[in-house]
Design a protein around this ligand. Structure first.
Ligand code: PEP
Length: 258
């Protein structure tokens, strides 16, 4: 059985005091549920060390929102996997839609990042998802398939086991319009079938697939009730301790009833 996994993507939000408060609040509300659900928070780079300290002995994981694939050198403004590990990160988000569509990251670049993250011992949360016009043109399956095939190209089954995939339809991110549970389940199942064909059935069965896109305290339970939704990647609602704790609880409850 796949342990549910809730990630909080803080994006370019908080300040140093707010990030520490948020992290401390989450330890108080979530620690008792961490035997049933994995939780990670992904603050901005500059607050990673402070959040690591604020998390203390909590099993809430620390993740970064991005990284660069080279280990060190003349790459002004970039952050390496080794640096992330040095400040206590276990996870890294790769290919978030804002990096694909605002910053312009390509499938080829994301493939290099995934390989580097895995080789460095980080656990990647690899984001995929279609634009609204692609969904309207009924190209969701094709777009997500290409993103996964190109992004995971050349990654062995052993290495791919460390990946979590986050299906995040771009039209649902930050809009308040989440995919319906049925829409999420349909794409998650398609992703699992694709992974079975790329790798094998047992790999596909154990890999966790998160849904992301306006997930919140009110809709988390029904999204998590879907058979192939193994967790949520949460943006806006991860900035509020109580909302995020409700989401974590919904995930713990949904899967313990299966
Ligand atoms: C995200 O940032 O990955 C995300 C899903 O954002 P939101 O929950 O705000 O839509």
């Amino acid at each position: 059985m796949r342990k549910p996994f809730i990630g909080g993507n803080w994006k370019m939000n908080t300040d140093s005091a707010g990030a520490v408060d948020l992290a401390k609040g989450l330890t108080q509300k979530c620690d008792s549920m961490l035997d049933r659900v994995d939780v990670a928070v992904c603050p901005p780079f500059v607050y990673l060390a402070a959040v690591r300290e604020a998390l203390g002995s909590s099993a809430i994981g620390l993740g970064a929102q991005d990284m660069y694939f080279e280990p060190k050198g003349a790459f002004t403004g970039e952050i390496s996997c080794q640096m992330l590990k040095d400040v206590g990160c276990s996870y890294v988000i790769i290919g978030h839609s804002e990096r694909r569509h605002v910053i312009g990251e390509t499938d080829e670049l994301l493939n290099k990042k995934l390989i580097a993250a895995i080789d460095a011992g980080l656990l990647p949360i690899f984001c995929v998802g279609e634009l609204l016009e692609q969904r309207k043109a009924e190209k969701t399956g094709q777009v997500v398939k290409e993103q996964i095939e190109k992004g995971m190209a050349g990654i062995s089954v052993e290495k791919a086991k460390t990946i979590t995939i986050a299906y995040e339809p771009v039209w649902a991110i930050g809009t308040g319009v989440n995919a319906t549970p049925g829409q999420a389940q349909e794409v998650h199942l398609m992703i699992r079938q694709l992974l079975a064909s790329m790798y094998n059935d047992s790999f596909a069965e154990q890999l966790r697939i998160q849904y992301g896109g306006s997930a919140n305290a009110a809709n988390a339970a029904e999204l998590m009730a879907q058979a192939d939704v193994d967790g949520l990647l949460v943006g806006g609602a991860s900035l509020k301790v109580n909302d995020f704790a409700v989401i974590v609880e919904a995930a713990a409850k949904a899967k313990s009833q299966v």
